[in-house]
Design a protein around this ligand. Sequence first.
Ligand SMILES: [Zn+2]
Length: 297
Amino acid sequence: MKLLPNSWKKAAAAAAAVMLLSSSAFVLSGCAPGQAKSAASSSVSAAAADSQMKPGVAYVKRDPSVPYSVPEGVSVLMYHMIGDIQNNAAVMTEANLRLQMNYLRDHGYHPITMQELYDYITKGAPLPEKPVCITFDDGYLDSYTIVYPLMKEYGFPWTLFLITDDVGKPYNRMTWDQLKEMADSHTVTIANHTLSHPKLHNLATAKEKEKEIVEANEALKYHLGIDNAWLAYPYGDYDDQVVEICKKAGIKMAVTTDSGRVHVGSYPYELKRVYVGNDISLARFSERLNKDNYTPV
Ligand SMILES: [Zn+2]
């Protein structure tokens, strides 16, 4: 599925027009009156006691003064492993990740949740100014030891796409207990990156493709209580059959590894992302937040 059906485009454009006229329909949960404001203009899970919060879903409270509008596009940042591995640009150092998160904070960017991204592309819902979406793939141990506390510190919601069969493996992987702690923190959205990370279109039968997607969703439900609707295709690889299986499995939105931003009306099952590696300077990073055709690595 490489082409966007026209009917989808029209429906999304119409919905966007309606949302623009009635932006008050978007409910923003602001800080309670008198509540102390932190230096950052947002925080995740400030109301963790709220029993309405679902596990494995990031909730974000923003300062009520943050302006909302419908942006021209949103970068969905794609990270993987964080650590000190030499000569592998896909692995980012913690120091570099911190520099980039400092950049987002100091320049007024507002990381958004998967649900906010979905409402934006499908309904043209307004987003906080300078929106950006932060995603990490695979489920390495450093997502728990480094990324989880770091994002809490910055008050940034983020998304982890998890390979469910890798959980508990001895080398550099998380345990379900660690994931449970993260899921119940309401600071991170935990989503589907399949059971075993195959190139989905290479699998011989629809049954095998279905197993990878459906059983990963079942694992998220069984271990973490998550009703998951988001997926990242391993290697960005998919085909029409995979998209149909996603739809049947309750997946509402899926991201690829194709480069570029997403927009109102983007087809929800082939969303582009923005690669960020250790070799991306801050100047390049800032360009990637704002342009569809940014400078290649
Ligand atoms: Zn992956």
